[in-house]
Ligand binder design. Sequence first.
Ligand SMILES: Cc1ncc(COP(=O)(O)O)c(C=O)c1O
Ligand SMILES: N[C@@H](CCOP(=O)(O)O)C(=O)O
Length: 465
Amino acid sequence: MDYVSTRGEAPSLGFSDALLAGLARDGGLYVPREWPVFSKKEIRQLRGKSYQEIAFTVLSPFVEGDIAPEEFRAMIDEAYATFRHPAVAPLVQTGPNAFVLELFHGTTLAFKDVAMQLLARLMDHALAARGERATIVGATSGDTGGAAIDAFAGRERTDIFILFPQGKVSPVQQRQMTTSTAKNVHAIAVKGNFDDCQNLVKAMFNDQSFRDRMKLSGVNSINWARIMAQIVYYFTSAVTLGAPDRKISFTVPTGNFGDIFAGYAAKRMGLSIDRLVIATNENDILARTLKTGRYEMRDVKATTSPSMDIQISSNFERLLFEAHGRDAGAVRRAMDGLRQSGAFEIGEGALKAIRREFRAGRASEKQVAATIRETLASTGYLLDPHSAIGVFVAAKHEKPGAPMVTLATAHPAKFPAAVKSASGIDPALPTWLADLMQREERFDVLEAKLDNVEAFIGDHSRVRG
Ligand SMILES: Cc1ncc(COP(=O)(O)O)c(C=O)c1O
Ligand SMILES: N[C@@H](CCOP(=O)(O)O)C(=O)O
């Protein structure tokens, strides 16, 4: 399988090169040249299989020609052995047709662990094969950073630099990033918001000489391998609920559009998905875009779901590419508009294509708190604020008799203040993190300026240009 850039001006690459590249050299995002498609019979055969077996079957076409099957299987087994639940991503029924898909049984209690544990192993494998090292950079609104630091800590071939917005992540999220004792880990508090952090990461990738000198690689969902790994749980949950002989809908708490784009990919691969519902918090740029056809940035509001406090939703670019029939010129024009004026219009045809596949809704801060409280009262289930946004929006898009799965993207203990204020319950961290808040912190604070961040990374990375 090879990968093409959404902006059409970078060379197409094989899997491992796309993995190490992160962002394409033309600023675009890599997508597979074509979607592998599974027949109904092949999907039916996934029933009753383990998460690891399904991951191997579903993901193999994406790495074919690049990674030997037995090596890929070993990476999958090792990655998911870090999960604390035998099913990796169990389904929990919360209503007659309502389910939550728990994606928070990994080491850092958010869905990011699912992809990040595999990504770290894939990168080690690709770097070892080339005898190279890499400097990993990532931007986080709270969860990607912790998951990446956990997955890459102590790895010989990589140094990792995570930019998080100072004062805008939960205390648990911050500690997960700042208490690592591994020498290859660097947590950086940026004086700005998540979009500033993400812009800095993209700017470093677009600075070709810095990129080459530092051998930059990325762990955000701009990296195709992140999306790829997230496709698996749509398959595992859908076949459990009767796919391919029944259509399943999914509601996804959405920020950077990576998780829901993985659902779209699963559908393109033949999975019988009915509705794909985008759920946003008060930073509702995606819900507004679906309604009006205009993607228009506004100021970011701080909410109780900080991981979704995002305006520049990176993976929407991958959807635009598909919705425009893979016309890279149309994507370039939209992205130029976004850079120049903070907005772009989606043409009628593309908008129609997007609306055919997606619905969207938003939850206000009051609605999030009420959903946490009411779900607890009616089912005994305690949601984190991000998952609560999903459950609130899902309820508005359920169809009688059709299963609706909401992705539960984080454990409530990552956001104890918001959960306690909504429900009265103080959710406890699991035993392996019980002393997290007593661990010593280590991080640097930098202005949101490209020169400062590049100088810091240049001084601290073991990759020397
Ligand atoms: C807990 C949680 N829920 C939802 C999201 C949104 O996911 P995505 O950015 O893939 O849309 C994030 C951050 O990405 C998150 O950390
Ligand atoms: N919500 C994310 C933001 C970054 O998203 P990513 O999926 O592109 O890595 C976070 O928690 O950091």
